[in-house]
Design a protein around this ligand. Structure first.
Ligand code: GLN
Length: 485
């Protein structure tokens, strides 16, 4: 199989037209994972019994009721998102044996749309990282070059979709963890507007930034997944009651007059191959009638610093719950409660989570709160105001998703500050609570995928989806698969 047949839309069509049963589709996905996952380490575990039972139920119901928009579509779920009855590790030893007592709203809604969850994907511990190397279960690898990272923290989801193990996977994006791995692996990755998709059942990292988003082969598939998940959830008070538009209908291919803002000043020093692919992508959109404008995001250079203050502060608070008392790992052999908590946390958290807890605790501490946390909150407002200003003159802001293509495993793992810079183009939209996506825009001369990032106004996923899908019509880089897929 190739091309359309491997997309969520193609799989659904095959099921609806009676060309394949859900059971056969599910079986094929499980076989494909068994065959391809070994060297990639993208999938941590499959739940064959649950998946095949759901597929059988879909087959029994076939023809009796309208098929959902994701009917019979196999989906992989990042392992920091809960699926009832299954282990959810968030990439951490602390949760190695944690069995989720309920299902995340996003997953429940995908299943209600007919999707079949087949397994869980590798990720950096508590979604902290840009390379998947901070997973307690070993890194995932990039299917385009096994010596390289698939990106992070949703690297397993992106690697799995790129390797065609499933047409769709969920990730979570705090500072770029859906977009960056999608870009590194040649997939589409969509971070919805903050509040668009429920975080209920997502293991919390940084609650004012976390969003669940889809990783897919095509823009249409990502839009279909978003449509299934979006909307108010009484279980997450930060979800919005903004109407959920018809995203499929919005993708008309028409971008005439659409104004794309490019913060050209931010592109100094980026990789040449990324620059060339990005430039060519703008040309394609220009030839479709989009207008390219320069925008200045004055405080963009502060976004990384702000993000790593706020995200670590929130993480230090969210991760306080892993104390060995209520759930998760509990260290043995301590003399008293305090000793047990100390040992549990020392043994349970990996180095990056520990670093962030320490940093976050520091910036929230009484003597430093004003200098770091409070100041970062003020600068976050400035970063957001820059975007709001820019959106007075343009409809979309375009940037490469990352300044470099996928780096080598081991290259940055001992240099956290350089690793943090991998997020330089993605954290801005996160801080400003904007929707943003990454769509494949070609390859570097070395054959590594490059992502085009498009950010839109709050709750205007329609425009970025329309522009990305129009671009995809002319380029269709998603049709090129890594070898072995
Ligand atoms: N790479 C960023 C970080 O390490 C973003 C992570 C994310 O979006 N979950 O925090």
């Amino acid at each position: 199989m190739s091309g359309e047949a491997l997309t969520a839309a193609g799989i659904r069509a095959a099921f609806v037209n009676g060309e394949a049963t859900a059971s056969a589709i599910c079986r094929a996905a499980l076989d494909c994972i068994a065959e391809r996952n070994g060297p990639l380490g993208a999938v941590l575990r499959v739940d064959e019994a649950r998946a095949m039972a759901r597929a059988a139920a879909l087959d029994r119901a076939a023809g009796t009721s309208g098929a959902g928009p994701l009917a019979a579509v196999p989906v992989l779920v990042k392992d920091n998102i809960c699926v009832e009855g299954g282990v959810t590790t968030a990439g951490s030893r602390l949760l190695e044996r944690f069995v989720a007592p309920y299902t995340a709203t996003a997953v429940e809604r995908l299943e209600r749309s007919g999707a079949i969850v087949v397994g869980k994907t590798n990720c950096d511990e508590f979604a902290m990282g840009s390379s998947n190397e901070h997973s307690a279960f070993g890194p995932a690898r990039n299917p385009w070059d096994l010596s390289r990272t698939p990106g992070g923290s949703s690297g397993g989801s992106a690697a799995a979709v790129a390797a065609r193990m499933a047409p769709l996977a969920l990730g979570s994006d705090t500072g770029g963890s859906v977009r960056q791995p999608a870009g590194f692996c040649g997939c589409v990755g969509l971070r919805p507007t903050y509040g668009r998709v429920s975080r209920y059942g997502l293991v919390a990292f940084s609650s004012s930034l976390d969003q669940i988003g889809p990783i897919a082969l095509t823009v249409r598939d990502a839009a279909a997944a978003l449509g299934a998940m979006a909307g108010l959830d009484p279980r997450d008070a930060t979800t919005s009651d903004a109407p959920v538009p018809d995203w499929a209908g919005a993708m008309t291919g028409d971008v005439r007059g659409c104004r794309l803002g490019v913060p050209a000043r931010l592109l100094d020093g980026i990789d040449d191959g990324v620059r060339a692919a990005f430039g060519a992508a703008l040309e394609v959109l220009h030839s479709r009638g989009a207008l390219i404008r320069d925008v200045s995001l004055e405080h963009a250079s502060l976004a990384i610093a702000v993000y790593y203050v706020l995200a670590t502060a929130e993480a230090s608070s969210n991760l306080a719950r892993y104390d060995g008392v209520r759930y998760g790992y509990r260290a043995a052999g301590a003399a008293d409660l305090r000793g047990m908590i100390e040992r549990t946390r020392t043994e349970g958290f990996g180095p990056e989570a520990t670093r962030r807890i320490l940093l976050g605790t520091f910036v929230l501490s009484a003597g430093h709160y004003d200098a770091y946390y409070a100041k970062a909150q003020r600068v976050r407002a400035l970063v957001a105001a820059d975007f709001a200003d820019a959106f007075r003159d343009v409809d979309v802001i375009a940037l490469p998703t990352s300044p470099t293509p996928a780096f080598r495993l081991g290259e940055l793992v001992d240099d956290p500050l350089s690793m943090y810079l991998a997020d330089v183009f993605t954290v801005g939209a996160s801080l400003a609570r904007l929707p943003a996506l990454s769509v494949p825009c070609g390859f570097t001369p070395a054959g590594l995928p490059v992502g085009l990032q498009l950010a839109g106004r709050p709750f205007d996923e329609s425009t970025i989806l329309r522009v990305a899908e129009a671009y995809e019509r002319d380029t269709a880089f998603w049709r090129v698969a890594p070898s072995g897929a």
